[in-house]
Every structure is written in structure tokens, then in C-alpha cells.
Design a protein around this ligand. Structure first.
Ligand code: SF4
Length: 231
């Protein structure tokens, strides 16, 4: 039987240029149709719980976090209760999540800081959020976007890859891509676009092999090495 030739298309290639504004709007419109009910896959009941879940989800899947957090949040629904726990106690709830030891320490420490410095409320300010233990630029942006409705664009690995690959907003690092996406995408679409890009990157425009043959946004995408339909 003839051996199937290896697929040598370079999936790390960037688009040769940025999309025009018209192409960008068409691309986003196609993503909006693909993901009409897009929202975060994390389960939470307050900005604090979203903050903890997002911190736990770093280098782990949302599904693994959603399995662990119901019991954790039943024990400690807010920062006052969470700050009373020891890292070992928090660790008992999150052992199935990658890097759990460090994350348990951070969850207790960020809860204590929210109580001592922010009156028990998750701050609605990027710089203040970034002072919390274990909270980086992306996590802060998720809280501002999802919990507080601010038009900011958290850029994760999916979003970074997709922006460069398609020509939505090319940039050498996540901060550059974040700034360019926030400038290029109309303000009223930024919040939802964040979810569209993550879901598209996670399930269709995958890292190793983008599934271009079934991608609703193909007509405006500038990726030069699109994957044809499987034979
Ligand atoms: S056409 Fe391919 S490269 Fe372009 S967005 Fe769709 S899946 Fe990604």
C-alpha cells in the first residue's frame, strides 16, 4: 500500500501582512457566527472566583479547573474564607491541577492581600490586579474583560498564534499583539472577540494543524499554508 506523504506545511508561518479593516471585520463576523454564545468555559459565581479559577488555569485546562473548584468554593466562596485556609488545605482541593503547590500558595496569598489592601473586593484596575501574587498580565486582563466588562484583550497562546497566523494583528510578543488587537478591533467587539479567538484557536485553528477546510473564517484569513480537506 502506498505510504501517505508527510504534511510539511509550516504552521508557524505568519501572514505576510495585516488584514485590512474590511478583511478584519469580515473575519470577526465569521467568527461571531461560528461562536454565537461564546463565553469563558470557567465556572464561577463572582469576580473573586473567576480570579482564582483563572490563576489555577495557567498551564492547565479549564475542564481540570472546573472539576476542582466546586468543592474549593463550597469551602471558601470568597477572599475572607480563602485567606483563613493554609496552602496545604487549598492544595488538598487542587491536586489534580498542574503546578498545584505554587498555585495553592498564591491563592491564599492573593486572598489575604485582597482583604488587607482592597477591602475584600477584587480591584478593577490592571496595575492593582498585577500586584496580587500569581496574577500576571493575562489574568488581570481576563478579570477586567469578563468580570468587569472592560474592552481589554487578554492574549493567551491561542490568541497570539491566531493573530499572527491570520494577519489579524501581527506582533513579536503577547504584549505587542494585545496592544495591536485593542487598537485594530472596534471597541464594541473586543470583549466578545476575546472569546471568539480563544475558542477558534482551541478547537479549529489548532497549533499543529489548523483545520482550515472546516473554518468559517477562511475567506479573509491570510495564512499562506492553509490545510486542505483530508483525502
Ligand atoms: S483558515 Fe486556517 S489558518 Fe485561517 S483562521 Fe481558519 S483554521 Fe486558522
Amino acid at each position: 500500500m502506498a505510504k501517505k506523504a508527510a504534511d510539511t506545511r509550516d504552521t508557524k508561518a505568519s501572514a505576510p501582512r495585516d488584514m485590512t479593516h474590511k478583511e478584519l471585520l469580515g473575519f470577526l463576523n465569521d467568527l461571531a457566527r461560528t461562536w454565537p454564545d461564546a463565553e469563558t468555559e470557567l465556572v464561577f459565581a463572582s469576580p473573586f472566583q473567576l480570579l482564582v479559577s483563572t490563576a489555577l488555569a495557567a498551564q492547565a485546562t479549564d475542564a481540570s479547573v472546573n472539576k476542582a473548584t466546586p468543592a474549593l468554593f463550597a469551602k471558601a466562596p470568597g477572599p475572607a474564607e480563602m485567606a483563613q485556609l493554609t496552602p496545604e488545605e487549598v492544595g488538598d482541593y487542587i491536586r489534580t491541577i498542574g503546578l498545584w503547590r505554587n498555585k495553592a500558595k498564591n491563592v491564599v496569598a492573593l486572598s489575604a492581600k485582597i482583604m488587607s489592601d482592597y477591602n475584600g473586593e477584587v480591584p478593577r484596575d490592571r496595575a492593582a490586579l498585577e500586584t496580587l501574587p500569581g496574577v500576571g498580565r493575562k489574568t488581570a486582563a481576563v478579570i477586567l474583560n469578563v468580570a468587569y466588562g472592560e474592552p481589554v484583550m487578554p492574549v493567551d497562546t491561542h490568541c497570539f498564534r491566531l493573530a499572527n497566523r491570520t494577519g489579524l494583528a501581527r506582533g513579536k510578543d503577547v504584549v505587542e499583539v494585545e496592544k495591536r488587537l485593542e487598537t485594530r478591533i472596534p471597541r464594541n467587539l473586543i470583549r466578545e472577540a476575546h472569546h471568539w479567538l480563544i475558542l477558534q484557536g482551541r478547537y479549529v485553528c489548532k497549533a499543529r494543524k489548523p483545520e482550515c477546510w472546516r473554518c468559517a473564517a477562511i475567506r479573509n484569513c491570510l495564512f499562506p499554508n492553509k490545510t486542505p480537506a483530508p483525502a
